[in-house]
Design a protein around this ligand. Structure first.
Ligand code: TXA
Ligand code: MG
Length: 356
């Protein structure tokens, strides 16, 4: 398992070549795992109805079996294979957001393997809007279960190269369709509790969901990180505070923009004076503040454009990590729109701690 040859094949993101899709589908059909692009992040897929193939996902990622997988479908009628009931709310949401970055938690159908659901009585389902993902699911003729294509606890991959860094020698094939459009994972929405609640903020914003279902609740929050972990661990295994960890420590700065800049700069200067190699993850508008500071700067885009920031976020974290900085300092970007998902990922990378 550890040292198989990993082939990377380039595929057209809009009009995927049938020969390439056929090759990947044959591997999946034979019980193999394949890395493929979605509009959010790259996924590590297996036929959702083949337990032996599903097991390979967990082995390749080093992921515990207690962490359930999302099932990816290409037609809405496939829902009937996977769930026992499709509530009215689900119909309205799928009409508005599928194909797209919204995962729905629904009652598990009797044929869904326990490896997919980690023994839960619910199943996570989404219809991605990436042409390669849809073509692959259709060519296989079966839903594809897929987590993000990173090693367990690492940052999700938004390019094929990111997936290769994490999974080289562990998967036979990576389909390379270029960078993912959204850049953060799908929004996971629980439709099995009393009120629909976001378990993981993601590519579809709370505001957008509320336009369709006004009573959608934001993710649970608690002042104490440990309490939060408790609540989250029960409802959404795999959503622990330390889930998205770069291999270097990340310090997250919160507050008003001017205050954030001042305290980040002071911290950068203090660390640089001690000979530390510091990386900063900031908005384009902040770059001038740090240009003489000695820190390595990665600009994510305009602070007014959370969509742009989200698209570059994971690439930024990985770029600084690969540049061997000893610490990453990052600013907060607010909670509007995709800001909520950005903040969630940064908080997790920071182990739940915030400065300022
Ligand atoms: O955008 C995405 O969602 C990407 C692409 C590949 O589709 N996938 C992804 O999968 O992020 P993964 O495994 O890294 O994260 C899925 C999360 C898990 O952490 C888990 O908490 C939640 O979805 N999940 C899966 N099944 C669930 C269930 N039955 N109940 C509650 N949460 C569930
Ligand atoms: Mg993941």
């Amino acid at each position: 398992m550890q040292n198989i040859r990993t082939e990377v094949i380039v595929v057209d993101p809009v009009y995927p070549e049938p020969s390439v899709i056929g090759r990947a589908a044959t591997l999946l059909h034979d019980g193999e795992i394949v890395v493929f692009p979605t509009e959010t992040v790259y996924g590590l897929g297996a036929d959702a109805f083949r337990p032996a193939a599903l097991e390979r996902i967990f082995v390749a990622k080093g992921r515990p079996f207690s962490d359930p997988l999302i099932v990816h479908i290409a037609e809405e009628r496939t829902l009937e294979l996977l769930t026992t009931s499709i509530p009215e709310q689900a119909k309205r949401l799928t009409q508005a957001f599928w194909p797209g970055p919204l995962t729905l938690i629904l009652p598990r159908g009797p044929h869904v393997p326990h490896l997919v659901t980690a023994g839960l009585e619910t199943v996570a389902i989404r219809m991605p809007r990436h042409a390669v993902a849809l073509a692959l699911i259709r060519a296989l003729g079966s839903p594809i279960a897929a987590p993000s294509a990173n090693r367990f606890m690492h940052i999700s991959p938004t390019t094929a190269q990111h997936a290769l860094v994490d999974l080289a020698g562990r998967v036979p094939l990576i389909l390379d369709a270029g960078p993912c459009e959204v850049g953060v994972e799908s929004t996971v929405l629980d439709l099995c509790s009393d009120v629909p609640r976001i378990l993981r903020p993601g590519g579809v914003s709370l505001e957008a969901l509320r336009k369709v279902l006004p009573d959608v609740q934001p993710p649970m929050r608690s002042k104490k990180a440990s309490e939060n972990e408790d609540i989250v661990a029960k409802k959404a295994p795999g959503q622990l505070v330390t889930h998205y960890a770069p291999t270097v420590p990340l310090l997250l700065f919160d507050g008003a923009v001017e205050a954030i800049r001042a305290s980040m700069l002071a911290e950068v200067q203090r660390r640089c004076a001690q000979g530390e190699c510091v990386g900063v993850l900031v908005a384009d508008e902040d770059v001038h503040v740090f240009s003489e500071s000695g820190a390595l700067i990665y600009a994510l885009g305009s602070a007014d454009e959370p969509v742009e920031i989200a698209a570059k976020l994971f690439a930024g974290l990985r770029a600084l990590e690969e540049a061997h900085v000893q610490v990453i300092l990052c600013r907060n970007f607010g909670e509007q729109g995709l800001g909520l998902a950005i903040r969630d990922r940064l908080l997790k990378a920071a182990g739940g701690k915030v400065f300022g």
